[in-house]
Write a protein that binds this ligand. Structure first.
Ligand code: NAD
Ligand code: IPM
Ligand code: MN
Length: 357
């Protein structure tokens, strides 16, 4: 029997709405596979919890999460609690504490109808962005001096350690080699004369060990242009925390929007749990209306299954997502459909179950 313990952090806004559908998919898989079971433990952390308790998670929240095989998270952040508190004390805290230094964000066009780009098909937009997820511009290092004075100075320091930079770039080379794809580094050495010059050096040094991998290196501004003009240039991409955040939203924009964008926060050494979540946030503008697209969150379930070594199920979920895109009557308004979140989820489960029987 294969069994996996999953911690649920549905979080804020549309987070709980989409996580519920992802959990239904896992429960359906449990039914379909007699050798596979999951247990779910939900934690009520998020902005409402903060307003009640003055903190985003319980004091021993991190310890509570430690024993799980994976964390499945919806979204964090809501008007009423400053974003830098809610995000840094819950989402970013988990990524950092559990050393989830690899953020895997696939950017794949599932159907030509989904992209606003002219004449692009599935084969033109199919990349994996590997975002550094533990330090860099998100290190949280800085200071605010002479607050309120005309001389006020605010520092936000990027931290690029040798260990942190080596390991993400090496991970990306390994992935490019394994999948026989090119590797592109996105950086900004022309302006960021410490961090990004160092990044470029490490990319080149480590590349010497991978002569079989074809590499490209672009400045982030030009890379952002190419994402839109010729996305076919990119196969595996490695980049820093902030640049990865930005280019993956561009990636979402060219493949159908945030309702279809997924991300896995991986701690490869498996000493701590990894975390799976849609790329989108709590979407206060549509929260509570049953309009949220649950497919990004369901795609995170596919990534989770791959991580568990259940690739057959990971692939089955992804294949079902592709089939769903063809059926407009079961799509949410962001994809020009009229279906509610739960209708998409129910139809998804039906389709998945039918295929496996
Ligand atoms: P957002 O991703 O919540 O929303 C951006 C736009 O995309 C909105 O118009 C929203 O309606 C739409 N959208 C997002 N997900 C959708 C879905 N599944 N289906 C249909 N439409 C969807 O980004 P934002 O508005 O910049 O941020 C809102 C809050 O979420 C902020 O507090 C922010 O800090 C937080 N946030 C959290 C995460 C996370 O938890 N991982 C990620 C991004 C933003
Ligand atoms: C994401 C989000 C987070 C990030 C925010 C909410 C801190 O935008 O996961 O892309 O910047 O990493
Ligand atoms: Mn983001």
């Amino acid at each position: 029997m294969r069994h996996f313990n999953i911690a649920l952090i549905p979080g804020d806004g549309i987070g709980p709405e989409v996580v519920a559908e992802g959990v239904n998919v896992l429960k359906a898989i449990e039914e379909l596979d007699s050798g596979l079971t999951f247990s779910f433990t939900a934690f009520p952390w998020g902005c409402e919890y903060y307003l009640e308790h003055g903190r985003m998670m319980e004091e021993d929240g991190i310890d509570k999460l430690r024993k799980f095989d994976a964390i499945y998270l919806g979204a964090v952040g809501y008007p009423g609690v400053p974003d830098h508190i809610s995000l840094r004390e819950l989402l970013l805290r988990i990524r950092k504490t559990f050393d989830q230094y690899v953020n895997l964000r696939p950017i794949s066009l599932l159907d030509p109808s989904l992209t606003p780009l002219k004449d692009k098909t599935e084969k033109d937009i199919d990349m994996l962005v590997i975002r550094e997820n533990s330090e860099g511009e998100y290190a949280g290092a800085g200071d605010r001096l002479f607050k309120g004075n005309p001389e006020e100075v605010v520092l936000q320091t990027g931290v690029f350690s040798r260990k942190g930079t080596d390991r993400i770039i090496r991970y990306a080379y390994e992935e490019a080699r394994r999948s026989n794809r090119t590797l592109t580094s996105i950086s900004k050495g022309n302006a960021l004369n410490y961090s990004m010059v160092f990044w470029d050096e490490v990319f080149e040094e480590i590349g010497k060990e991978y002569p079989d991998v074809t590499t490209y290196s672009y400045l982030v501004d030009a890379a952002s242009l190419y994402f839109v003009t010729d996305p076919e240039r990119f196969e595996v991409v490695v980049t820093s925390n902030l640049f990865g955040d930005i280019v993956t939203d561009i990636g979402a924009g060219i493949t159908g929007g945030l309702g279809l964008a997924t991300g896995a926060n991986i701690h490869p050494e498996k000493k701590y749990p990894s975390m799976f979540e849609p790329v989108h946030g709590s979407a206060p503008d549509i929260a509570g209306k049953g309009m949220a697209n649950p497919i990004a969150a369901i795609w995170s379930v596919s990534q989770m299954l791959d991580f568990f070594g259940e690739e057959k199920w990971g692939q089955a979920v992804l294949d079902t997502i592709k089939e769903m895109i063809g059926e407009t009557e079961y799509l949410t308004p962001d994809l020009e459909g009229n279906a509610a979140t739960s209708e998409v989820g129910d139809q998804f489960v039906k389709k998945l179950s039918k295929k496996q029987k």
